[in-house]
Ligand binder design. Structure first.
Ligand code: ATP
Ligand code: MG
Length: 733
């Protein structure tokens, strides 16, 4: 029968069909965003099942996320019905690795019911090892070792395979031995970490011919989506498994490689043709997702990268609207503007909230949108991460604040009494609980009382004493007027410590900030950013109590699964997805491209940022709006920001620029950075940000604003700014 009749082929273009129908031999589909790579891969899977070329259990299909795997399963089911039921090998590399490893665990010294450790467990183990090896934990933190081990595992390196240079990276060459000890410990615990799911399986395939041959025979067909983001261990896996039958089809886009920080290697695209000689390379050029304006914008930006494989994209979709570039005054205005645009577009066009997405560069950027959307009652979801106030570091920080605000908050006490680690063991904590129950008093009070007994070991007692003393000091700082040092004035003034400053002090003095600063994993920087974002959020509230009340309301904001919602997520999480209308927030130097990529200074990191910009723009079907703010608060200081270089790379003909800053524009352009936070002392708690303040009273206060003074503590509200003394004193005393 003609293939035209096949339901899953209907509508596919010629090269897509080729990708579906070329079943024998290696195939590489190399094509830009929105050209239907995933669609072709899904059709290929349907075709294999429909034509009974393979049983479901004979196809290995790898997706980048679990969600993508679910979607692919759904679509295939739609075409071929229940034949899809037994698709055991459709999933992420990790999911597939775990499944395989359970079958062969004994070959690497595990039992099939091994546990998979999470990062916390992993760190605890590493810490024990570092101590057992008499290393200074401060100098050689467990997190650093954890990061290195993950990296080695991503490269497919077992301890015996490390070269001297790699081992040298930790504790003067002890890295290798520690890695070995860690693996031994895991084995003794019948456990493995995430990296092991792939690395153990690779070891097994490398060393047990019979197992390798079984899988080589079983997997008649192998398919991989988002191939540009595979790392070495994944590549080695694929190469071994596909080497026999060579029926492997990978689809990807070198311009969308955005996970090199997790070990992904875009070079795997080039290796493919070398390792699978005669591979058929298929290019898809018709884009079915976006308007010409959107494609032109994305294309112009990515054209600035070097060493691209190069691709053409065209579309039959009608013109649509130009890409909008909006300059706003500051972060709160950015969130306000996006909220308003969504509301009015929804009314005007009848679109569902599911059609809107806001994409950010860094997790902490979601906070301003979340707070705004809660305020105006716009339902939203955070994809690929937690809602801001639900993130672990935010909950920890909030627990400190709650305890200081409300000393009887036992849940808060429990959460942070030993975070960061203070050497309080389970026993000590159990004793506090017992006393609290016996006396019917809060845990904090029980902790204070137990210090007068000889129940605790000297070490625990010292640790607890310090903690109880700290909390008492912070609490009184919150309530009573305290002496406030002022760098600019010789006299010490009496005032109430602003709650934002107190929060900063608590985070610093408790050692909580330091805990994350010592952390060298990829997430640590994001957590620190979240913590400063938390302090920034507090500024919008008059008191700590008002802020905590806001947070509990936010937390209570029930998630109704069926309701349509605006999606907020990072660009990384948006890979492979599409939305009718997309807002791209924070396109400023230092935000996007990120400060880290600029500090590293390398071309490679900047080009990865640019690929992110390409991914971001190409998520939009009909309308993309790029926003940049003239001012951001960074570590408590207003700084002027300049639009991202990527904004400058947008093609003028396809872009419509708009600035909400009417009048006085020259004011904010002129050396704004010299003026520290001119409005922090007013607008707080009014629900109106500096944007409003500026419009209402643009001149006097900031033309005389003196240089920024307190930088040392990085606190949110600086106390020592002469130019606003009268006003700020008026508020504080
Ligand atoms: P990305 O690089 O972002 O992962 P992609 O190449 O995987 O994109 P898809 O997500 O498969 O692209 O397809 C993009 C959009 O185009 C989807 O909405 C899909 O349904 C649609 N599409 C794909 N192929 C065709 C086609 N031949 N005709 C009409 N629409 C198509
Ligand atoms: Mg895709």
């Amino acid at each position: 029968p003609s293939t035209d009749d096949l339901p899953y082929l209907r509508g596919l273009n010629a090269p897509q069909r080729e990708a579906v129908l070329t079943l024998d031999g290696p195939v590489l589909v190399l094509a830009g965003a929105g050209t239907g790579k995933t669609a072709a891969l899904t059709a290929r899977l349907a075709h294999l099942l429909w034509t009974r070329r393979a049983y479901p259990s004979e196809i290995l299909s790898v997706t980048f996320t679990n969600k993508a795997a679910r979607e692919m399963r759904e679509r295939v089911r739609h075409h071929v019905g229940d034949a899809v039921e037994g698709m055991p090998w459709l999933g992420t590399f990790h999911a597939i690795g775990a499944k395989m490893l359970r079958r062969h665990a004994e070959l690497v010294g595990l039992q099939s019911n091994f546990t998979i450790l999470d990062t916390d467990d992993q760190l605890r183990l590493l810490k024990q090892l570092i101590q057992a090896n008499d290393l200074d934990e401060k100098r050689w933190p467990a997190r650093q070792l954890g990061g290195l081990i993950d990296g080695w595992k991503n490269k497919g390196l077992t301890p015996d395979m490390l070269d001297a240079g790699e081992a040298e990276q930790f504790a003067n060459g002890k890295g290798q031995s520690l890695y070995q000890q860690y693996q031994d410990r895991l084995r003794a615990l019948n456990a493995c970490d995430f990296g092991d799911l792939l690395l153990h399986m690779l070891t097994i395939l490398r060393t047990h011919r019979d197992v390798l041959e079984t899988y080589q025979q079983r997997f008649r067909y192998i398919m991989v989506d988002e191939y540009q983001d595979t790392n070495s261990v994944q590549y080695l896996w694929l190469r071994l498994l596909a080497q026999e039958r060579k029926n492997i089809c990978c689809v990807g886009d070198d311009d969308q490689s955005i996970y090199s920080w997790r070990g992904a290697q875009v070079e795997n695209i080039l290796k493919f043709e070398k390792d699978f000689p005669g591979a058929k390379v298929i290019r898809l050029e018709q884009n079915y997702r976006s308007t010409p304006h959107i494609l032109a914008a994305a294309g112009a930006v990515i054209a600035n990268n070097s060493g691209r494989l190069g691709k053409e994209l065209w579309t039959e979709i009608d013109e649509g609207e130009k890409v909008r570039v909006i300059g706003v005054w500051d972060g709160p205005e950015e969130a306000r503007r996006v909220g308003e645009d969504i509301e009015s577009a929804r009314i005007r066009t009848g679109k569902s909230l599911d059609d809107f997405a806001i994409l950010v560069r860094a997790q902490h950027q979601t906070r301003e949108f979340e707070d705004r959307f809660i305020a105006i009652g716009l339902p939203y979801r955070i994809v690929g991460g937690f809602r801001f106030y639900e993130r672990a570091e935010i909950r920890d920080a909030l627990a400190y604040l709650r305890l200081v605000h409300q000393p009887s908050d036992d849940l808060a006490f429990e959460r942070i009494v030993n975070v960061p680690k203070r050497g309080l063991g389970d026993k000590a904590i159990a004793k506090i609980h017992m006393l609290a129950r016996a006396e019917g008093i809060p845990l904090l009070a029980a902790a204070a009382r137990i210090l007068d007994t000889d129940e605790l070991t000297p070490q625990a007692r010292r640790a607890l004493g310090n903690f109880v003393g700290d909390v008492a000091r912070w609490s009184s700082a919150l309530r009573a007027p305290v002496a406030v040092e002022d760098d600019t004035a010789p006299e010490t003034r009496i005032g109430q410590l602003p709650h934002t400053e107190l929060a900063q002090i608590i985070l610093d003095e408790s050692g909580y900030t330091a805990m994350w600063q010592a952390d060298r994993t990829a997430e640590a920087a994001g957590r620190l950013e979240n913590l400063s974002e938390l302090v920034r959020a507090m500024e919008e509230y008059e008191t700590l109590g008002a802020f905590l009340e806001h947070v509990s309301l936010v937390m209570d904001n029930e998630n109704n699964a069926d309701e349509a919602k605006v999606t907020i997520m990072t660009i990384h999480a948006a890979k492979g997805l599409e939305f009718d209308t997309v807002f791209l927030a924070g396109w400023e130097e230092g935000v996007f491209p990120s400060q880290r990529s600029l500090d590293e200074g390398g071309l490679a990191s900047l080009e990865e940022e640019r690929r992110l910009a390409y991914v971001a723009i190409t998520r939009a079907r009909r309308l993309a709006t790029i926003l940049h703010a003239a001012n951001r608060r960074i570590y408590g200081q207003w700084t002027s920001s300049i639009p991202s270089r990527f904004v400058g790379e947008l093609p003028k003909d396809h872009v419509e620029e708009e600035s909400t800053m009417t009048g006085g524009a020259s004011l904010w352009r002129a050396n704004w950075s010299e003026h520290a936070d001119p409005f922090a002392h007013v607008g707080r708690g009014t629900g109106r940000g500096p944007g409003w303040q500026r419009a209402a009273a643009p001149s006097s206060s900031f033309t005389t604003a003196p240089k920024r003074v307190i930088e040392s503590r990085g606190s949110a509200v600086s106390l020592g700014n002469k130019g606003r003394d009268d006003l700020s004193l008026g508020m504080r005393v």
